[in-house]
Design a protein around this ligand. Structure first.
Ligand code: PLP
Length: 373
């Protein structure tokens, strides 16, 4: 991976904002409920280690990731708190999981059988921490029926089991929507399923950010706090959060080249934009290879507190904007964030692209240096 350290195009991450968002949730949740910070996908593009450390300082007592390597990276950074891998890890890695004291989601007894064989073959002494995933309507991973679940619990709790049955959880598909019909359907499936487990494990969890913000009553004893810790509203704009979510991320660059373009001349691939009059055009060193999508042609950036349209196609590494006047090379360009009294949010970028802010945030390429304040 090559990081563009010698280019003034940067992702800025305000760790105080992350701490603020966690603090808000910490004061709101039941004091016995733990907050585990979801830092998968490089901390939703913000930087996994830095976010995890800030979250820990703000009171997070565990972490969730998607891929085993993300968990290993946290361990390597000295994090000793529980780490849950939310996705299915191939059972061939069972020894690595157990040896690093990592917890994994499990959704089938088949997986348990395969993992047990790997643990035995490697003579692993440590137990493998398991969070049983229940598919209550997300349709992604997990046990769907009481019978399957009961079988799994028997395997987990058998004498000499190599497993530590540490958690049970589910994931809601529509907690971020105003209409709670499907949410209630999932909740009743959840209740019916967990009823077959005689003694619930230590960690019982159902809440992503949206569930915790808008359906707090069903939090369990851990919340998996993701997008809201980055200051982003999980519902987009559909529901308002019970407290101010402070966005942690901004994205800036500088004008790398400024010129006057004569009326009638065109810009970028396909010559899709032609100057209607003589215009000042600035070139900004960021493009779709940085995760700044090609679809953003016609969207805008901020220069000197003013909205400037992106004209012509966004290239792989550069884009052009129409300036209200000549600005010197090196003038700051804000692609996400605030300049003067104007703000461009990740939500604005996502709306323009027809997607969600999650996708824009975690799509910001590793080529962009992350700068922390
Ligand atoms: N829990 C699970 C199982 C997830 O897959 C995710 C993220 O997609 C989260 C929690 C965190 O969700 P959010 O970022 O919406 O809080």
């Amino acid at each position: 991976v090559v990081i563009g350290e010698h280019r003034h195009t940067q992702v800025h991450v305000d760790l105080q904002a992350i701490k603020h968002n966690i603090n808000e949730e910490m004061t709101r949740k039941d004091p016995l409920t733990e907050l585990w910070a979801v830092v998968k996908a490089n901390g939703y593009g913000h930087g996994i280690i830095q976010v995890a450390q800030a979250a820990k300082q703000a009171g997070a007592t565990g972490f969730c990731v998607a891929v085993l390597d993300e968990a290993l990276a946290l361990r390597q950074a000295g994090i000793t708190a529980p780490i849950l891998v939310l996705g299915i890890v191939e059972p061939e890695f069972a020894a690595v999981i157990a040896e690093h004291d990592i917890s994994v989601a499990v959704g089938s007894t088949d997986w348990l059988a395969q993992a047990a064989a790997v643990l035995a073959a490697n003579q692993v002494a440590q137990p493998l921490h398991v969070h049983v995933a229940l598919d209550t309507g997300m349709g992604r991973i997990g046990f769907q029926t009481p019978a399957e679940l009961a079988d799994a619990v028997n395997v987990l709790r058998a004498a000499n089991s190599p497993f530590d049955f540490e958690g049970i959880f589910t994931h809601f598909a529509t907690a971020d929507q105003a209409d709670d019909t499907y949410f209630m359907h999932q909740l009743s499936n959840w209740k019916a399923l967990i009823a077959v487990v005689d003694e619930l494990p230590r960690y019982v969890h159902v809440s992503n950010s949206a569930t915790s913000l808008w359906h707090q009553a069903c939090n369990g004893n851990v919340i998996r706090f993701g997008v809201a810790l980055y200051g982003l509203n999980p519902s987009g704009t559909e529901l308002s959060a019970p407290y101010h979510l402070q966005p942690a991320l901004s994205l800036t660059a500088e004008l790398a080249f400024v010129k006057k373009l004569a009326r009638g001349k065109s810009i970028s691939y396909g010559a899709t934009y032609t100057a209607a009059q003589d215009e000042w055009i600035g070139t900004v060193p960021i493009g779709y290879a940085d995760g700044y999508e090609r679809r953003l042609q016609g969207f805008h950036v901020l220069v000197d507190g003013q909205v400037c349209e992106i004209v012509g196609r966004v290239c792989m590494d550069q884009l052009m904007v129409r300036l209200p006047k000549a600005y010197p090379v090196g003038t700051k360009v804000t692609l996400v964030g605030t300049d003067g009294d104007q703000t461009i949010s990740l939500q604005d970028v996502a709306d323009y692209c027809g997607t969600i802010h999650y996708e824009i945030a975690c799509g910001l390429a590793t080529r962009l240096p992350r700068v922390y304040t």
